[in-house]
Design a protein around this ligand. Structure first.
Ligand SMILES: *Cc1c(COP(=O)(O)O)cnc(C)c1O
Length: 804
């Protein structure tokens, strides 16, 4: 064998030894290199352009007059580039342009939920620095590889740095390419000082945002320093160039050897590895390498590189691919007869060259792919330079009011769960001002305070995870539904109710939304409004700690719900005429209560609460203001539903139990802001409205036009009853009513009268023990016949019971 260095031959290494065979050369000098680079950065920082000149003289042995390439130098360059080379470069440029143009991504635009539009657009990095190695081998191809995508991306400022030749000039080919690309700023600086200038800026060299390009160890270390300490991005960490060739028995040893040498001639620290499952191929490749080396001008460099290089015999294709993926080569040549199939198994590589007719060199220059590729195993996680390297992908989002209302509660919930209250508030103030704006033409937009629900929602509710029902996880119908443990065979009984009902009651909400002029996400349906009352207490009050306010005499379930939840009840009694006391708003504002229940028309008194009093409370009380409108359909007042957008803490309760005549359905409704409703939904039982109820309610809603007729009939009955009662001697006072009942004070023992009525089969409500209701019975307006029976009975009782 000749004395020339051969590649190390390694037959069938055990997999445990692979990592040592995959080690890159030239690790270990880093500290000295880093220290030198740091010193150069300091020199450039202190000396600017003068330091660059000085370092050019010192390190490149070049005397510079002008630091930037002049117009005259540009002009002179073209003539010095042979026509044939010019044509070759133009062809390469066209291919690189074509392949990188194809990498352009159109703007993405997507409405992720109604009213929430997200988009992503590529925006060029504004200032880029391209490092083009020069000196003995000016790599004008690198300028093509970096300059073409920089131009295609539209980077407004492109600065090229390349080391000067001994006479202070720059290779004419590099200047030719620069002109071809329309780059007019070429700095005569190489090595770490060029990178320092690009990172720090000097009077002649603008500081850039991102530095690209390969280089020696000093350039690499300088780029790393720039990235670590100067906030400049770099294309990728770069090390010495490398190739790995997978050659089976179909490979041409001369081709393989040529590929290995084409890499080896890059530099003494280059690494080339050839894998084969054929010892014969490896031997022939070795022989070819040695003979081809003889005729290479850069044989000295290549020979040094071969000392780092290995020919490895492996059992089969699978082992070769495994070794290669573990090595993660910058360049991978698959010189086998089924290269395409094997290519699919490549997991780590910078760029891959398939088949015996595809030398790495085509990718280095002209096929169209980029030759700036990850080395040193970085192909495990980095891509080579591409159009993407020169752009940032900026995402945009825009919300409409619908979008804000849809996504706002989601974000509030998440932000609050993370304890980032200011985040939540950024949504909440907008939701509130939306609400205010739509009510008052935007004039109140500025005035709205922060999160209207701050501190209102019980912390355990904020924290808890909502139950996710089977029908939440899969929406809609499928031919086979085995997700909710229902009995697919059907129901016992006349109708089929074998399936769980819609947990969101969408159809009913859609109908109600139309009738009430709200959006479906402002509606909660409860198993009676009693369920809504209970959930309101639970939503806001921590047991044993918080309190609610009620205004007696009023509906009994408020207190029951509070007691049931171990929540304190504070009383703010109504006045003698059953109105809110003058100090109601002030008292509430001073209280720490979480909510107040206002019943209007009130049960059992029948009267509407004064609108101004409720408004004042809404404006001053920081808790929820629940206006229970169970009887609103009988009253001649505008529903508080119309004020929901104005008052984010307002909750309006209505029910199907009264005017609709559907008490048997157990269907109550809470109207509130979408945010509050989302809390209801979070804590409600999963299927709280039965399928039967939903079906029937839908039918009723379709017959909503019947409602006014029924109401008129009932009001007639109320009028008749009132008139009749007023003529009875035992009736002391009939309170004015906006409901379907009358509160009547008797001048006889009301309880005795109540008992008398009961004994006659007439059941009314004894309210004598309610504050302000001494001597009172509450009489529901019934059918004409029922009303007549009641009057008749009371007339008879009048003579029988003792007077008060
Ligand atoms: C009747 C009534 C209700 C009814 O509630 P449902 O549970 O829907 O039947 C609620 N609030 C008041 C004040 C009532 O009188």
């Amino acid at each position: 064998m000749p004395s020339r260095p051969a590649m190390q031959f390694i037959p069938n290494p055990a997999p445990e030894t692979w990592p040592s065979l995959q080690q890159r050369p030239a690790a270990g000098e880093a500290p000295q290199v880093a220290a030198r680079v740091r010193a150069i950065f300091e020199q450039v920082r202190a000396g600017g352009d003068a330091a660059l000149r000085q370092l050019a003289a010192e390190l490149d042995k070049a005397t510079l007059t002008n630091l930037l390439v002049s117009e005259a130098e540009f002009a002179a360059a073209i003539a010095q580039v042979p026509a044939e080379l010019q044509a070759a470069i133009r062809q390469a440029k066209a291919n690189i342009e074509a392949f990188h143009t194809a990498q352009r991504e159109p703007e993405i635009r997507l409405e992720t939920m109604p009213g929430v539009v997200c988009s992503r657009r590529s925006v060029p990095v504004q200032r880029v620095g391209l490092y083009v190695p020069g000196g003995t081998a000016p790599l004008f191809s690198t300028l093509l590889m970096l300059g073409v995508p920089a131009r295609l991306a539209g980077c407004p400022e492109v600065v090229v740095c390349t080391p000067p030749q001994l006479d202070g000039s720059i290779s004419p080919v590099i200047l030719f390419v620069a002109q071809l690309l329309g780059i007019d700023k070429v700095v005569k600086a190489g090595g770490a000082q060029a990178v320092a200038a690009l990172a720090l800026g000097t009077p002649s060299v603008p500081a850039v945002d991102k530095i690209f390009g390969p280089g020696n160890r000093y350039v690499t270390a300088a780029k790393q320093l720039a990235a670590a300490e100067y906030g400049v991005a770099i294309d990728m960490p770069a090390g010495p160039s490398e190739v790995l060739v997978i050659a089976d028995s179909s490979a041409n040893p001369a081709f393989v050897a040529a590929d290995l040498l084409s890499q080896a001639e890059h530099g003494p620290d280059s690494q080339v590895i050839v894998l084969s499952d054929s010892q014969e191929v490896l031997e022939k490749v070795q022989a070819e390498v040695l003979s081809q080396l003889e005729t290479l001008p850069r044989r000295k460099v290549a020979a040094q590189a071969l000392e780092n290089s290995r020919a490895i015999l492996l059992p089969d294709a699978a082992a070769m691919l495994a070794f290669s993926n573990q090595y993660a080569p910058e360049h991978l040549i698959i010189a086998t007869d089924n290269a395409d199939a094997q290519a699919t198994q490549v997991t780590n590589a910078g760029s891959v060259f398939l088949g015996n007719l595809t030398p790495e060199a085509v990718g280095d220059y002209a096929s169209g792919t980029n030759h700036t590729l990850p080395t040193s195993g970085y192909a495990r996680q980095y891509s080579g330079v591409s159009l993407d390297s020169f752009v940032k992908k900026i995402t945009f989002q825009r919300l409409s009011s619908v979008g804000l209302q849809a996504i706002g509660p989601v974000v509030e919930t998440m932000a609050e769960a993370e304890g980032l209250v200011a985040h939540a508030r950024a949504v909440t103030v907008r939701l509130a001002s939306l609400a205010a704006g739509s009510a008052s033409n935007g004039t109140a937009l500025m005035a709205k305070p922060a999160n209207p629900y701050a501190g209102l929602i019980r912390p355990s509710v904020e924290r808890m995870q909502a139950y996710s029902s089977a029908r939440d996880e899969f929406e809609g119908l499928a031919p086979v539904m085995l997700d909710a443990n229902e009995n697919s065979l059907g129901s016992v009984g006349p109708d089929d109710f074998s399936r769980y009902p819609d947990p969101h009651q969408r159809a009913i909400k859609a109908d109600l939304a139309l009738i009430k002029g709200v959006s479906p996400d402002q509606i909660f349906l409860g198993n009676g409004s009693d369920e809504a009352i209970d959930l309101l207490v639970r939503l806001t009050c921590t047991p044993g700690q918080d309190s609610i306010v009620i205004c007696p005499p009023t509906y009994g379930m408020y207190e029951v719900a509070a007691n049931l939840n171990d929540v304190r009840v504070k009383r703010l009694p109504l006045t003698a005429d059953f109105q809110l006391p003058a100090n109601a708003a002030a008292t509430l504002a001073a209280s720490k209560a979480k909510l107040v229940f206002l019943c209007s028309p009130n049960n059992p008194t029948g009267n509407l609460l004064a609108q101004e009093a409720i408004e004042t409370i809404l404006a001053n009380f920081r808790g929820l203001v629940v206006v229970d409108e169970a009887y609103a359909d009988f009253a001649d007042a505008l529903s508080w539903i119309s004020r929901l957008t104005e008052f984010p803490r307002l909750v309006v309760l209505q029910t199907f139990s009264k005017a609709w005549g559907l008490a048997g359905l157990r269907l109550g409704v809470a109207y509130a802001s979408p945010t509050l409703i989302s809390y209801f939904n979070k804590i409600k039982p999963p299927y709280n409205i039965s399928a039967a109820t939903q079906q029937h309610a839908l039918a009723a809603l379709a017959n909503a036009p019947q409602l006014p007729g029924m109401r008129a009939e009932l009001l007639q009955g109320r009028e008749w009853l009132g008139q009749q009662l007023s003529q009875l001697p035992i009736v002391e006072h009939i309170f004015p009513s906006d409901a379907n009942f009358l509160l009547v004070r008797f001048n006889v023992d009301a309880t005795a009268a109540y008992d008398e009525l009961s004994s006659r089969g007439i059941v009314v409500r004894n309210r004598t023990t309610q504050p302000g209701c001494a001597g009172c019975l509450r009489l529901t307006v019934g059918t004409a016949s029922e009303n007549a029976q009641l009057v008749q009975a009371l007339a008879e009782i009048g003579t029988a019971v003792p007077t008060n």
